[in-house]
Write a protein that binds this ligand. Structure first.
Ligand code: PLP
Length: 380
């Protein structure tokens, strides 16, 4: 827990825990499935550069991002293998994606045309990255409709014959991480299988190495994950729980901040904007240097806890932009400059990502991606 005493607040990232979570996913998938760690949104807020560096030592098949800009950033950082862009690219972004050797995922016929046009202007090699097609089996936000294979299958084959390799097909599951989601997942898998069956009419899909994939973290750790060519885990690698079939992840991210002010309080003293908390007795409050501008949810005011000296103490009052006040009356020896844990372990106590996100009424993904650039990412 030691760090630069001048740091007010910081994220600690445990690279070995990240590696253990990767190993857990790998063990569940088996050796036949290639790993495409999702590193979109700055690797879920952890910092894509160090995350990719660490993951590259673990021999992934490639990396998954959301946007063309994220893919280009990986190329600029020297990543050479497949980089797949999973959100639908805007038509205007397609030429630069092709130029950067990114693997685009396509969801509609207009995108197929745009890729074909970009490839005429900028012919790639026949062993270039090509494209994957997304199939909408129920997510509803992107992908070709699973019932309309005869409409888009031949178009994708034509693109392939025209020189843009059609290298894969996938779908995205909407409920693999939900308790009671197995029936919905089963239906999506069945629809996807039907698509694959119908696509056998298109020769590109019968070429050796054509890739079929559907698993996010939750599915990678469940029985449906292992029978596909690739898997695309994200949140579990970074310490987020991944649904009813998954083991708990190893925690990867801790948030710590220092005490910057202490106050002996008297009954009736109030704290924070709106004076929403009033001291009922004599005690001690500590002001800690982390607030909602660091990405700590304001929704946690008056209802969450932090750790000091290995014990839980309550947050009092609203969380401010830059600081949070906690009641240290049960740990009154806590002094200026000491470290408070908002997320992670201190002694035998731990505050988990999922505990915090549930209390804040959100999901671990939003907490992780909400940490702002004011927090240095410190690898331990
Ligand atoms: C973000 C994303 C994933 C990873 O999902 P997790 O729930 O974080 O494992 C997988 N596939 C696609 C298409 C995604 O956009």
């Amino acid at each position: 827990m030691s760090t630069d005493p001048r740091s007010r607040a910081w994220l600690e990232i445990d690279g070995d825990a990240l590696a253990r979570n990767v190993a857990t996913v790998r063990a569940s998938l088996g050796p036949g499935t290639g790993l495409v760690p999702m590193v979109k949104a700055d690797a879920y807020g952890l910092g894509v550069s160090r995350v990719v560096e660490r993951l590259q030592t673990m021999d992934p098949w490639g990396f998954g991002v959301a946007t063309v800009a994220e893919g280009r950033e990986l190329r600029e950082r020297g990543v050479q293998g497949p980089v797949v862009v999973f959100s639908p690219a805007g038509l205007a972004e397609i030429p630069e994606a092709v130029a950067a050797d990114l693997t685009l995922t396509l969801s509609h016929l207009r995108a197929l045309e745009a890729v074909a046009e970009a490839a005429v202007d900028l012919p790639g090699s026949p062993d270039g990255p090509g494209v994957h097609l997304e199939v909408d089996t129920g997510m509803g936000r992107a992908g070709f409709d699973w019932r309309e294979v005869e409409r888009w299958g031949p178009a994708a084959q034509a693109l392939h014959d025209g020189g843009v390799p059609w290298r894969g097909i996938y779908t995205h599951l909407h409920s693999a991480d939900e308790a009671g989601g197995d029936a919905a997942t089963g239906q999506q898998v069945e629809r996807f299988r039907r698509v694959l069956e119908e696509l056998r009419a298109q020769p590109a899909t019968r070429t050796p190495g054509f890739l079929r994939h559907l698993a996010n973290s939750a599915a990678s750790l469940s029985p449906v994950g292992g029978e596909w060519d690739l898997a695309r885990p994200g949140v579990f690698l970074y310490g987020g729980e991944a649904g009813p079939h998954a083991p708990p992840p190893d925690p990867v991210v801790s948030l710590r901040a220092r005490v910057v002010h202490r106050k002996e309080v008297r009954p009736g003293d109030t704290v924070g904007y709106g004076a929403t908390h009033t001291a009922g007795a004599e005690g001690v409050w500590a002001t800690v240097a982390c607030g909602y501008a660091d990405g700590w949810p304001r929704a946690l005011g008056n209802r969450s806890e932090v750790l000091v000296h290995g014990v839980r103490v309550p947050v009092v009052g609203r969380i401010s932009m830059d600081v949070t006040v906690v009641d240290i009356s049960t740990a009154p020896s806590v002094s200026l400059g000491e470290v408070v844990t908002f997320l992670g372990c201190d002694g035998n106590e731990a505050i988990t990502l999922d505990e915090v996100s549930t209390l804040a009424g959100t999901i671990s993904y939003e907490i992780l991606t909400g940490f702002t650039s004011r927090l240095p990412r410190v690898w331990v």
